[in-house]
Design a protein around this ligand. Structure first.
Ligand SMILES: [Zn+2]
Length: 363
């Protein structure tokens, strides 16, 4: 069984121990899916990370820079060190950014002065990377930040003279897809056709965003995104029966199901092998891999719907949530009628996420 996608490519976070445990989807364990993401912050301790996890040559490995997490006093050296590691191991890499988010999982917004300061620091890092590239095979993407219209357009314009192979947006985690719609609509309006190359959407991407990402993906050469969604099930010991509608079963250690001989209600390669809840829950990564498979099925459906037609994609978006459908309508409207008209028409929606900025911590 192999998953191939056309418009949106999910890059699940790679845990190196999955390969040792025989659960690496990129290596045809259970099923085959040759995409993944690793942060330099976790991977850089292995010089030849790709080799170590036996990642296929024709797969797509995205390497985040580790940004803020690994910022040290020797940051110039650090940035080049990270670039070399990305060049050795990855197919797509993200520039070293100083995120203007207050906490690293995506919450909180810096005040305006701090935002501009982090933008300036990021600009210097992007320029160091631009000047020091040695491997043209690596697609290096410029990370764009900004949780509201003012911030996003400021960052976009400041980075305009940084020449990279594509862009990466980093919306704050939210079930409201209008923030990502603003960013995608703005990019589609501003980027020339030949600039619509590689696009990555960093961290988060709940299912409400999938239809808009798929639609935007039609206009880019390769669109990738990451999301912690399948791992949340592992964390809370939830067996996801279906992602849309979201139905889950509790398989926590003290739950009845976790020790039950009942057959698993799923025909995926993972469940076919483990057969019962008891067997699945004994294997630590089985649950992750089943949840990942179910998530890929949802992504697959939305990917294919994009080619069937807008009406069908809108219907699917509506099944996810009213807001998801409305967001997709807005993006389609922007592509057809232009960004300015779309911004005016959906102004209230776009303004909702531009909440009062919270004070950012100084670095
Ligand atoms: Zn399954």
């Amino acid at each position: 069984m192999e998953f191939e996608f056309k418009h949106l490519h999910y890059t699940p976070v790679i845990l190196p121990e999955l390969e040792r445990a025989g659960f690496s989807w990129w290596n045809k364990h259970f099923f085959h899916y040759k995409y993944g993401l690793i942060s330099a912050y976790y991977g850089i301790y292995d010089f030849n990370f790709r080799e170590k996890i036996k990642f296929p040559k024709d797969g797509i490995l995205v390497a985040d820079s580790g940004g803020l997490q690994s910022l040290t006093q020797n940051w110039q050296e650090e940035v080049i060190k990270i670039l070399r590691w990305q060049e050795r191991n990855a197919d797509i890499a993200l520039t070293f950014d100083i995120t203007p988010k207050v906490n690293l999982i995506g919450g909180g917004v810096c005040n305006w002065d701090e935002f501009k300061r982090r933008c300036e620091l990021s600009y210097r890092c992007y320029k160091i990377m631009e000047r020091n590239r040695e491997n043209d095979g690596l697609k290096l993407l410029k990370v764009l930040h900004g949780s509201d219209a003012k911030r996003f357009t400021y960052w976009f314009k400041r980075m305009e003279d940084v020449k990279m192979d594509g862009v990466c947006i980093s919306p704050t985690i939210s079930k409201d897809p209008f923030q990502v719609v603003f960013q995608l609509a703005y990019l589609l309006d501003r980027l020339e056709d030949e600039e619509r190359t590689y696009l990555h959407i960093l961290v988060g991407s709940p299912r409400e965003m999938l239809p808009v990402i798929a639609y935007a993906g039609k206009f880019f050469k390769l669109t990738t995104f990451d999301s912690s969604t399948p791992y949340v099930g592992q964390k809370f010991r939830e067996y996801i029966v279906s992602f849309n509608p979201r139905i889950k079963l509790n398989v926590k250690r003290d739950s009845k199901l976790s020790t039950s001989d009942a057959e698993l209600p799923c025909n995926c390669p993972v469940c076919r092998k483990f057969r019962t809840f008891k067997n699945l829950t004994i294997s630590y990564y089985g649950l992750t891999l089943h949840n990942l498979y179910k998530y890929l099925e949802l992504v697959y459906l939305i990917d294919k719907a994009t080619d069937i037609g807008e009406d069908f994609l809108l219907k699917l978006a509506e099944q996810i949530s009213d807001q998801s459908r409305k967001a997709l309508e807005a993006l389609i409207y922007s592509v057809e009628e232009g960004f300015e008209k779309c911004y005016k028409k959906y102004y209230t929606e776009f303004m909702r996420y531009a909440s009062i900025p919270r004070q950012g911590k100084l670095l």
